[in-house]
Design a protein around this ligand. Structure first.
Ligand SMILES: *[C@@H]1O[C@H](CO)[C@@H](O)[C@H](O)[C@H]1NC(C)=O
Ligand SMILES: *[C@@H]1O[C@H](CO)[C@@H](O)[C@H](O)[C@H]1NC(C)=O
Ligand SMILES: *[C@@H]1O[C@H](CO)[C@@H](O)[C@H](O)[C@H]1NC(C)=O
Length: 351
């Protein structure tokens, strides 16, 4: 009996300490900026052709509901929010179904088709990144009115900010319009231009109270089924685009180092999906995938958005066998693998 008497108070003490540490370290809200990789439905509310609020999108989502997420199920921002114990989905700011009561624990400002560059969001008339930040400012006003200054400021400074954007700057803009950005910038210059915008954005977010920031890296863009279909030498990955992704990720890493040095109290991490996604693409069967070059939806080669609809007879029956859901976006299963990897690496500091 004696040892128990000694051990119990210590156990109680250490459990209390652990609880206290967890309470302090906890992320109270997940706040999202970016493009279709993390848009949970903002594009449903604006005039653009880039939407996915119809079947078969969302067929493996809670209730089988198409929400405007570009996947068969949840997207990385949802899965990361869940992994932090916040909530299983992050609602879109423009969705009239939700209000500040919901947004107090997480809100999504992302817009499919957007980029760092204003010229990118212009292509499909979506929300430019600077305007996502304007919506965030309006959100702050609502949050303070709802919770009071003190509590709202606490949430805003302890929240995790997820940024995921940049792919469209290259694949929907730079490489598409010969008379546009590619006539003004070399690829390296354009990457610097974009990283400059990212730096300015994060500095503004810091000025508004944001501290815990995850800057999303680029995926191996050349391995998306749509890009493979443009490959003149078969349907392999387009190495040129993958290299752009890797080089840009190095610039984002350098940016994070610089911001962490310059801005007291900020913590910027780069959440890089490149390696875990490449691992899946190179070894699909070890993750239970059967198809990697071709997506689930439609022929799997070029469909996304309106071309991926419920009348397309070719859509696969089990998305879990596919790395990609449509020609440009991963399946929920792939999103889970990437998010799990990020939770174990870049995001672990915020747990
Ligand atoms: C938000 O909506 C819920 C129900 O949909 C309602 O009960 C609540 O009062 C609303 N909150 C605010 C602050 O308007
Ligand atoms: C993008 O547009 C906004 C609004 O017009 C402007 O404030 C911003 O400077 C522009 N960004 C760049 C990099 O040109
Ligand atoms: C993350 O770490 C946990 C615990 O070590 C492990 O079980 C899991 O497989 C890891 N997930 C990924 C995607 O690496």
């Amino acid at each position: 009996m004696a040892p128990h008497h000694l051990i119990t108070p210590w156990l109680l003490f250490s459990q209390t300490l652990l609880l206290a540490v967890q309470t302090i370290a906890k992320v109270p809200a997940v706040i999202v900026f970016g493009d279709s990789s993390v848009d949970s439905g903002n594009n449903n509310q604006i005039s653009t052709i880039l939407k996915s609020n119809f079947k078969p999108y969302g067929r493996d989502f809670l209730g089988g509901k198409p929400t405007g997420r570009f996947s068969n199920g949840r997207i990385p921002s949802d899965l990361i929010s869940e992994a932090f114990g916040v909530k299983p989905t992050v609602p879109a700011y423009l969705d009239p179904m939700y209000n500040i009561t919901d947004f107090a624990t997480g809100v999504d400002f992302a817009s499919a088709g957007t980029g760092y560059d204003n010229a990118t969001s212009n292509v499909l008339s979506v929300i430019p990144l600077w305007e996502e930040l304007e919506y965030y400012k309006a959100y702050q006003v609502k949050l303070r009115r709802y919770l009071g200054e003190r509590k709202a400021n606490e949430i805003l400074s302890e929240a995790l900010y997820l940024m995921s954007v940049g792919t469209n700057d290259f694949l929907e803009n730079y490489y598409v319009f010969p008379a546009g950005r590619s006539s003004q910038f070399t690829v390296d210059q354009y990457q610097r231009f974009l990283a400059g915008i990212a730096g300015k954005f994060i500095t503004q977010l810091y000025g508004l109270g944001g501290r815990k920031i995850s800057l999303g890296g680029l995926p191996p863009m050349g391995c998306m089924p749509l890009e493979r279909s443009r490959n003149m030498y078969g349907n392999g990955c387009v190495e040129e685009y993958n290299k752009v992704g890797r080089d840009f990720n190095v610039k984002l890493h350098n940016l994070a180092v610089k911001l962490n040095k310059e801005l007291p109290g900020i913590k910027v991490v780069v959440s890089n999906p490149y390696d875990p996604l490449m691992e899946v693409i190179q070894h699909p069967s070890s993750f239970g995938f059967e198809s990697v070059a071709v997506a689930c939806c439609g022929t799997g080669i070029f469909e996304a958005g309106y071309l991926c609809d419920q009348f397309n007879p070719f859509t696969c029956s089990d998305a879990n066998k596919y790395v990609f859901w449509d020609s440009f976006h991963p399946t929920e299963k792939t999103n889970r693998i990437i998010s799990g990897h990020l939770m174990n690496t870049s995001l672990a500091v915020f747990l």
